[in-house]
Write a protein that binds this ligand. Structure first.
Ligand SMILES: [Zn+2]
Length: 298
């Protein structure tokens, strides 16, 4: 049995999978805002899953950040109480077994590459466009972390081929201007709509209005898709994956994958673009499922 845990900023979700990927049990709790409480909550979830199923499980954990290999300490986490803490070692000590940790975007990509929308593909780029913008690279079923643990983090590259009115671009929390994340995250789309129209609307409302044919919303949708396409074109130029899987809240934009695929040939350095652009299969469950697959079924 494989146990996967997705440690999010607001909730912790945990599932138990059998070797075929069938879900045996699932639990969800609110994320504690302190480190020790978080360890206790994670341990309790594993114990409960094993009690419910009557089986012993491997444990994989997806976190909003990365773990420095030399030290085992968490870095780059937006759940700041985790930063600088030996989360893996402490959880392993509590559970009396090895625990594998991975960035949550990499878990998403691993889930979709294992038995999701990109199952069987050799090189997969999993994209998160949600509250933030991230990504993960899977090669032959393995997550590529990278020497600096930032492989696939396309969100803080600058928006490619910027138009004059896209310069210098919105300020990003990373200290730069015009990062891809500052254009194609959920909050960024709402901010873009407000800059152009003066209307403050949540992004899901803008997307819904576009479906009803509202001109302002259609224009915002078109700018979003054009920018996402330009960003992904540079990913293809560098990595040339077989499949790009779209995830995060904005992957719910109707026809997003087809619209991006239609525009890619204008930007990719190739006379034809064979890359498959697909929506995720496992939706919100990809994080926990990918964490579970950090221990592949044997
Ligand atoms: Zn940035």
């Amino acid at each position: 049995m494989q146990i996967g845990i997705d440690l999010g900023g607001t909730k912790i979700e945990a599932i138990a999978l059998d070797a075929t990927g069938r879900e045996l049990a699932r639990l969800r709790v609110v994320t504690p805002r302190a480190y020790t409480d978080t360890i206790v909550a994670l341990g309790a979830l594993v114990t409960q899953l094993e009690t419910v199923t009557g089986q012993h499980g491997t444990v994989g954990l997806g976190i909003p950040g990365a773990v420095t290999p030399d030290t085992g300490l968490v870095k780059n986490a937006n759940s700041v109480w985790l930063i600088g803490r030996p989360l893996g070692a402490d959880l392993a000590a509590l559970l009396q077994r090895e625990v594998r940790l991975e960035n949550d975007a990499n878990c998403f990509a691993l889930s979709e590459a294992t038995d999701g929308a990109a199952a069987g593909a050799e090189v997969v780029f999993g994209v998160i466009m949600g509250t933030g913008v991230g990504g993960g690279i899977i090669v032959r079923g393995r997550s590529m972390s990278g020497r600096n643990l930032i492989a696939g983090e396309w969100g803080h590259n600058p928006l490619p081929w910027p138009q004059p009115d896209e310069l210098p671009g919105p300020a990003c929390y990373c200290g730069k201007h015009g990062c891809i994340e500052s254009w194609v995250s959920g909050p960024a789309v709402a901010a873009d709509h407000q800059r152009v129209t003066g209307q403050a609307l949540p992004t899901p409302d803008i997307i819904a209005a576009a479906e009803f044919g509202a001109h302002d919303a259609l224009a915002t949708r078109a700018r979003f898709i054009g920018r996402a396409t330009r960003g992904l074109a540079t990913v293809i130029n560098l990595l040339d994956p077989d499949v790009i899987v779209l995830g995060g809240g904005l992957s719910n934009v109707p026809r997003l994958a087809d619209d991006i695929a239609a525009q890619l040939p204008a930007w990719v350095f190739s006379d034809r673009v064979h890359t498959s652009i697909v929506r995720n299969r496992h939706g919100d469950s990809s994080g926990v499922r990918g964490a579970a697959w950090l221990w592949p079924a044997s």
